[in-house]
Design a binder for this molecule. Structure first.
Ligand SMILES: [Zn+2]
Length: 165
């Protein structure tokens, strides 16, 4: 994705108030992020471990959503779990259920959408093998480009479900 400025990032959020968007923590060292390896910008905040943030190009727009995840609990008994966006397999707590408040009136009424995503929101880096998990991955014969496309389509449908009212 193209490099973004703090102003662009803060201006992209669709499911929180402008005040919240102004205050939310930015990723550290924006300019140093591996932008060309990112399909979306995702980050978490060590000061608020139940929060996550995701910004991506979506149908000609830049769309940002704030996410919540359950606090880290005892190690999961599941041997592995799979991200529903990038399909990377993780051990124990490597995948989290992230919930996004819907945008607009539906969100104000308390409606939300959730999905299982890599807990560090680093799907793009797992697909490019810049980050690895200890779980064994499905043996797939499709190319990186096809995996990236699949990630984008999965993210697109999640965003549609958050944006629709
Ligand atoms: Zn993922």
């Amino acid at each position: 994705m193209d490099e973004l400025t703090e102003r662009e990032i803060r201006g992209s959020f669709v499911n929180c108030s402008q005040g919240e968007a102004k205050r939310l923590p930015m990723p550290r060292e924006l300019a140093a992020l591996p932008w060309s390896d990112l399909d979306f910008l995702g980050w978490t905040d060590s000061g608020a471990p139940d929060r996550g943030y995701l910004v991506t190009a979506h149908r000609e727009d830049l769309v940002g959503i704030t996410l919540r995840k359950p606090p880290p609990g005892p190690k999961s008994l599941m041997r592995s779990s799979i991200c529903s966006l990038c399909l990377t397999a993780h051990t124990s707590n490597g995948v989290s259920l992230f919930t996004a408040r819907k945008s607009g009136a539906a969100g104000r009424q308390g409606n939300s959408r959730g999905t299982y995503i890599c807990a560090d929101l680093a799907c793009s880096l797992y697909l490019r093998k810049k980050k690895r998990t200890e779980a064994s991955q499905a043996d797939e014969s499709i190319s990186l480009d096809e995996k990236v496309l699949r990630l984008q389509l999965n993210l697109d449908s999640f965003l549609v479900s958050v944006l629709e009212n």
